[in-house]
Design a binder for this molecule. Structure first.
Ligand SMILES: *Cc1c(COP(=O)(O)O)cnc(C)c1O
Length: 438
């Protein structure tokens, strides 16, 4: 009999009944029994608000460079940020769809519109590449921190960076972000891609001059192979999606900017009117970083929910079993096959799970068909095209309807994590698929 950390699956189900539902790949909501107040948890976490502010300042230093090489960042003065919008019609449509009155307001955080790579990975992924480039440039003596970083677009820096390589494992979007930014700076880039990666994403990355290495296996192997390649080469930096604090801090910067955006919208966040944030989760770095930043800013007035596909509940199993990266969905006989390619991860980040295990409020799972239905609904109601992973937060208001925060008329933020890079033909296919399920 196969054992997971010394216990059979039957024994796991006896002590944690929710695991049975998870194994049956039924949609489920898990409320975190280890949830604690922000104040009691934060003193045991080594990362701080100062770290996040430092990351934001680094991104600010790079703004003149980004404006120079990516003209699409000019309107935002070189800052890679997305709008947040109110979508009251979608809330009404969801009430109709679920046949349920839903408490609270609904906002959409539009990371599908992030410049350069059109997904949440344009936060952490790009940040880590920029930080790495800055380190090399400073060490070379060719750059000082006071310089106008637009000089980094000059050929001498391209030549400098061409002596270095960057490797990453990805289901698609991280490879896109890392690939586009690294190639633009002049690095040699290797993207190790899992079987879930969509063909159009691989093609697009190759077009940027990036070497794509494909595996007929899931994300964990792609990451392991990327790590191995970088270990063998002193001039190669591995972007470690499972463990990197740089990625994490790059994502966390979103919170500082979201605070300003909410202020501008006149959205007050307080004990009586909390924020509830729904974050699609793959390995956990993206949603984890954003969640950590939000907790630093809004403390106990923000409630964080991660969302995973029913076939890839990696973070959920990591948290429920408290085994984090020591457990995979495959250990419990779950196949990790989902159309939500951004979330097709079988083993969660141990770093993120452990850091957030007392800060996140819960995790829920969503079926692929359900994702496609919501994708089409959003097109019909708001004319917004997302990728399947990115709509995962929409069921949240319904899932939490019986939870006590629902009665507080909270502000729900659905984090739309990607979509803008998809070819129109793929958007159309996804839309039609969703319509056929409706
Ligand atoms: C990567 C990704 C996520 C989740 O980020 P992780 O860091 O893998 O947890 C969510 N949505 C989309 C579209 C993504 O590409």
């Amino acid at each position: 009999m196969k054992k997971i950390n010394g216990k059979t699956i039957t024994q796991w189900i006896q002590t944690h009944p929710i695991i049975e539902t998870i194994i049956h790949t039924e949609e489920t909501l898990w409320l975190n029994p280890k949830y604690q107040t922000f104040e009691s948890v934060i003193k045991n976490i080594s990362l701080t608000l100062d770290d996040v502010i430092e990351a934001e300042e680094r991104l600010n230093r790079f703004a003149p460079f980004l404006m120079t090489v990516f003209p699409e960042t000019k309107p935002s003065s070189g800052i890679i940020e997305s709008p947040i919008v109110e979508i009251p019609s979608m809330k009404k449509a969801l009430e109709q769809f679920y046949n349920k009155k839903l408490g609270g307001d609904l906002l959409l955080k539009c990371d599908h519109l992030l410049p350069i790579s059109g997904s949440i990975k344009a936060r952490g992924g790009i940040y880590e590449v920029l930080k790495h480039a800055e380190g090399i440039a400073l060490d070379s003596g060719m750059l000082t921190i006071q310089d106008d970083y637009s000089i980094l677009a000059q050929p001498c820096f391209k030549e400098l960076f061409s002596q270095y390589s960057i490797a990453v494992g990805s289901t698609g979007n991280l490879g896109l972000s890392i690939g586009i930014m690294s190639a633009k700076l002049g690095f040699n880039v290797f993207v190790h891609m899992s079987a879930d990666a969509k063909t159009w994403k691989k093609d697009l990355i190759r077009k940027k001059g990036v070497t794509v290495i494909e595996y007929n296996f899931d994300y964990s192997l792609a990451v392991a192979e990327g790590r191995k390649q970088a270990e063998a080469d002193n001039n190669m930096h591995f972007v470690d999606d499972e463990n990197s604090t740089d990625l994490f801090l790059g994502y966390a910067v979103a919170a500082l900017r979201l605070k300003k955006q909410l202020d501008e919208l006149g959205v007050n966040v307080n004990e009586k009117k909390p924020l509830v944030v729904h974050l699609p989760c793959g390995v956990g770095g993206g949603p984890g970083g954003v969640a950590f930043g939000l907790k630093l800013i809004f403390k106990n007035n923000v409630h964080i929910y991660f969302v995973e596909p029913t076939h890839s509940p990696a973070m959920l199993l990591g948290l429920v079993t408290e085994l984090h990266d020591k457990v995979s969905v495959q250990d419990f006989g779950i196949d990790n096959i989902t159309e939500a390619d951004g979330l097709a991860v079988g083993r969660p980040s141990g770093f993120v799970g452990k850091l957030l295990e007392e800060l996140i409020s819960g995790v829920y799972t969503v079926e692929d068909q359900h994702l496609y239905k919501l994708l089409s609904l959003l097109v019909d109601i708001e004319n917004i095209y997302l990728e399947p992973s990115a709509v995962a937060g929409f069921p949240g208001m319904m899932k939490l309807e019986n939870d006590k925060t629902a009665s507080q008329h909270p502000t729900h933020i659905v984090w739309a994590t990607g979509g803008n890079m998809l070819p129109d033909s793929v958007h159309q296919e996804n839309y039609e698929k969703g319509k056929s399920y409706l």
